[in-house]
Design a protein around this ligand. Structure first.
Ligand code: A3P
Length: 287
């Protein structure tokens, strides 16, 4: 069976998500919920682990109580896995939740309840590269035919969760109208302590410097790759096949250089200028 994407409000979504759209749109956020929202492959898991550590006062053992996808449920696919809607409804506050939905698709209850939203953006070329490998593993999405074809689809926004360009610009334009902290994957790589402190302040926590340093250590790529509660090795294999590729792949800035040809880079750059023109959003890719 060939998997299809289905468009909801202008955004292509996996059919498994689109077919449950009314329930997702009606998700009931509660006051105090914290939402981590990203375009896929932008460092979601990294920031999830950082936030769980902050909210649990850097209790390393407590943050190994369950896999990351159970500690921080994924709003978009609650109907496909555990914890499902009922378990999430029963979770104590403050709940930490994850979503990849574009701004206009975020369930309105999050805005109504004035929830804190932490958005992470990653530069387009590394995101496209990471997503290409991820879509070989993810059973939700059509398997990429070739890198060339996939890159075309990425530029057109014809991939799961839609256009990267619209996603990053959508949250950027709304960040001052809502309670949104907008972070960059590249900044986290360059100066994790500074970025983690920003997250801590946004969450109204006050942890001493040495605890923040411990978070930097515990959430390094190497430590998270080794941690079965953070590395997705326990994720159901019928949804994520990690035989040829692993969820924790490289964790680098600039890996796109190993993926793009010179020609693809030129075409991508020209298209990027067109799609991002008029936006004040700028990525800092040099680390
Ligand atoms: P790569 O495929 O480039 O390695 P998400 O969690 O949004 O799905 O993003 C996954 C990407 O973030 C993957 O990128 C993964 O390796 C990277 N990543 C996960 N944890 C990380 C960490 N602690 N430090 C740096 N990168 C990390």
């Amino acid at each position: 069976m060939t998997l299809q994407l289905k468009t909801i409000n202008g955004v292509p979504l996996s059919e498994a998500i689109a077919s449950n759209w009314d329930e997702i749109w009606g998700f009931q956020a509660k006051p105090g919920d914290i939402l981590i929202n990203t375009y896929p492959k932008s460092g979601t898991t990294w920031v999830q682990e950082i936030i769980d550590l902050i909210m649990n006062d850097v209790d390393e053992e407590k943050c190994k109580r369950a896999p990351i996808y159970e500690r921080i449920p994924f709003v978009d696919i609650l109907h496909l896995m555990k914890p499902g809607v009922e378990e999430v409804n029963a979770m104590p506050s403050p709940r930490i939740l994850k979503s990849h939905l574009a701004f206009q698709l975020v369930p309105p209850s999050f805005w109504k309840e004035k929830c804190k939203v932490i958005y992470v953006a990653r530069n387009a070329k590394d995101t496209a590269t990471s997503f290409f490998y991820f879509d070989h593993m993810a059973h939700l999405h059509p398997t990429p035919e070739s890198w060339d074809d996939y890159l075309e689809r990425f530029m057109k926004g014809d991939v799961g969760w839609g256009s990267w360009y619209d996603h990053v610009k959508g949250f950027w334009e709304q960040k001052d109208q809502h309670n949104i902290l907008y972070l960059f994957y590249e900044d986290l790589q360059k100066n994790p302590l500074v970025e983690i402190r920003k997250v801590m302040k946004f969450l109204d926590k006050d942890l001493p410097e040495e605890m923040l340093r411990k978070i930097v250590h515990l959430t390094s790529f190497k430590k998270m790759k080794e941690n079965p509660m953070a590395n997705y090795s326990t994720f159901p294999s019928d949804m994520l096949k990690q035989t040829d590729h692993k969820f924790m792949r490289k964790g680098k800035v600039g890996d796109w250089k190993n993926q793009f040809t010179v020609y693809q880079n030129e075409v991508f750059e020209a298209d990027y200028q067109r799609q991002m023109s008029g936006s004040t959003l700028k990525f800092h890719t040099a680390v």
